[in-house]
Design a protein around this ligand. Structure first.
Ligand code: 13P
Ligand code: SF4
Length: 367
C-alpha cells in the first residue's frame, strides 16, 4: 500500500488514541486489517464493539448490516462509522421489510403463521432483525445456526400446541421461516437437523404468494427465503471436482453460505472462525482448498507457509462491497475524526432497535 497513506493512517489513529476503536471483518483487505484493533466474523465483532463502552467512535470496517448491529449493541452516545456508505451486502438487500411483511401475510392467509418462528441470519438489515424480534424469533450466524434452528423448532412446538388449543393451526406444526440466505438455512436444516430437502420450500418474494401454494406451505418444515451470497453462491460442484483433480489429496473446506451440492461434496463445512481454527490445527504439509472470500483465503495462505492453501475456484472474485473499504476511505474517516467531523454515522431508529435487540439478545442467550 501507499506509504504516505499508511503514515497518515498511523498518525491519525495515534492522535485519536482510545477514542477510536477499529473493527475489521475477516473479509477486509490486508491494508485495512493492518489497522484493525480486533478482527473477527460479524458476530464476534458486534460483541467486541459492545465490549468497548469507553470508545467514542467505533469504525466498522465491514458492511452496512454489521455496522447496524454494532449500533444496536453499543450505547446511545457511541457512534458507529462505516468508512464507505456504499459498502452494503447484496444478500442482506435481498430481503426488504415490505417483502417480509407481505410474506407474513401469505403465511397468515395459508393458516400457518401461528406455527412459524422466524430465524434471521446476521447478514440482514436491522428492519429484518426487528421483524424477527417482533415475531418471537432469533438471529443466528454461520457459527451458531444449528443451535438457533434447534431452539426455534422447540419454540414452534409450543406455538403449534397453543394454536391448536385455540382451535386453529396445529397442522404441519413446527415451521421455521429462515431469512435471507436459503443456502445456510437448507444446509443447517438438512445436515445438522436431519430435515429432508423435500420438507424445505423456497419463498420467492418476486412471485405472487412467494410462488408457493397454501398446501406447500402447510407441508413444509423450513420456509427458506430466496436469498444468497453473491460470492459463496458462485462456488459449484465443478469447482470441487476440478480442485480434487488439480490438487491430489486436498481437503475441501467451505462456508455454509455455499450451495447445498457444494457443501455435500466438500470434506468440511464451517463458518469463517471455524475455517481459521481448522487451518491453525492442520498438520504441516497438508493441502487445503478453501471456499470462502478471497481476502481471507489469501491471508490464510500467507499465515500458513508450511501448508498448501488454495482458493476453491480461481474464477470467483472478492466480495466487491467488502472491498469498498480501502486505505483511502479509512484515512479519510480517521482524519475527519481528528478534525472534529464525524462522517458516515450508522444509526438505527429506536423502535427498530428495540425489536432488533430482542432478536439479537435471544441469539446471545442461545444454549
Ligand atoms: P461470518 O462473518 O458470520 O462468517 O459471515 C460470512 C459473511 O459472508 C459475512 O459477510
Ligand atoms: Fe454479503 Fe456475501 Fe459479501 Fe458477506 S461475502 S458481505 S454475505 S455479499
Amino acid at each position: 500500500s501507499d506509504p504516505d497513506l499508511v503514515a497518515r493512517a498511523r498518525a491519525a489513529k495515534a492522535a485519536l488514541g482510545d477514542r477510536v476503536f477499529i473493527l475489521g471483518h475477516h473479509y477486509q483487505r490486508d491494508e485495512v486489517i493492518e489497522f484493525a484493533d480486533v478482527t473477527g466474523d460479524s458476530f464476534k465483532l458486534a460483541r467486541d464493539a459492545a465490549d468497548r463502552p469507553d470508545a467514542e467512535f467505533i469504525v466498522f470496517c465491514g458492511v452496512h448490516f454489521m455496522a447496524e448491529s454494532a449500533d444496536i449493541l453499543t450505547s446511545a452516545d457511541q457512534r458507529v462509522i462505516l468508512p464507505d456508505l456504499a459498502a452494503g451486502c447484496s444478500m442482506a438487500d435481498m430481503a426488504t421489510a415490505e417483502q417480509v411483511a407481505e410474506c407474513w401475510d401469505v403465511l397468515t392467509d395459508a393458516g400457518v403463521a401461528d406455527t412459524v418462528v422466524p430465524v434471521a441470519y446476521m447478514n440482514s438489515s436491522a428492519d429484518i432483525k426487528a421483524f424477527t424480534g417482533r415475531h418471537g424469533g432469533t438471529i443466528c450466524t454461520s457459527s451458531n445456526a444449528e443451535r438457533a434452528l434447534t431452539w426455534a423448532f422447540e419454540q414452534t412446538a409450543g406455538a403449534a400446541r397453543s394454536a391448536s388449543d385455540k382451535g386453529g393451526g396445529g397442522r404441519g406444526a413446527g415451521k421455521v421461516l429462515f431469512l435471507p440466505d436459503q443456502h445456510l438455512g437448507r444446509n443447517t436444516a438438512v445436515r445438522d437437523l436431519g430435515i429432508s430437502p423435500d420438507e424445505c420450500v423456497v419463498y420467492n418474494p418476486h412471485k405472487p404468494h412467494g410462488g408457493l401454494t397454501a398446501e406447500q406451505l402447510r407441508d413444509a418444515k423450513m420456509i427458506l427465503w430466496r436469498g444468497h451470497c453473491s460470492v459463496h453462491g458462485r462456488f459449484s460442484l465443478d469447482s470441487v471436482n476440478e480442485v480434487r483433480e488439480r490438487v491430489p489429496g486436498v481437503t475441501v473446506l467451505v462456508h455454509p453460505e455455499c450451495k447445498h451440492e457444494v457443501v455435500e461434496a466438500a470434506d468440511l463445512v464451517g463458518s469463517t472462525e471455524y475455517i481459521i481454527r481448522a487451518l491453525d490445527a492442520a498438520e504441516p504439509g497438508s493441502t487445503w482448498a478453501i471456499g470462502t472470500e478471497l481476502n481471507l483465503v489469501r491471508r490464510l495462505a500467507k499465515a500458513h507457509p508450511d501448508k498448501e492453501v488454495v482458493f476453491l475456484d480461481r474464477t470467483v472474485c472478492f466480495c466487491s462491497t467488502m472491498n469498498r473499504i480501502d486505505l483511502p476511505h479509512l484515512v479519510w474517516t480517521l482524519e475527519s475524526l481528528v478534525e472534529g467531523r464525524v462522517p458516515n454515522v450508522i444509526t438505527v431508529d429506536p423502535e427498530t432497535e428495540k425489536f432488533a435487540k430482542l432478536a439479537l439478545d435471544q441469539m446471545l442467550a442461545l444454549p
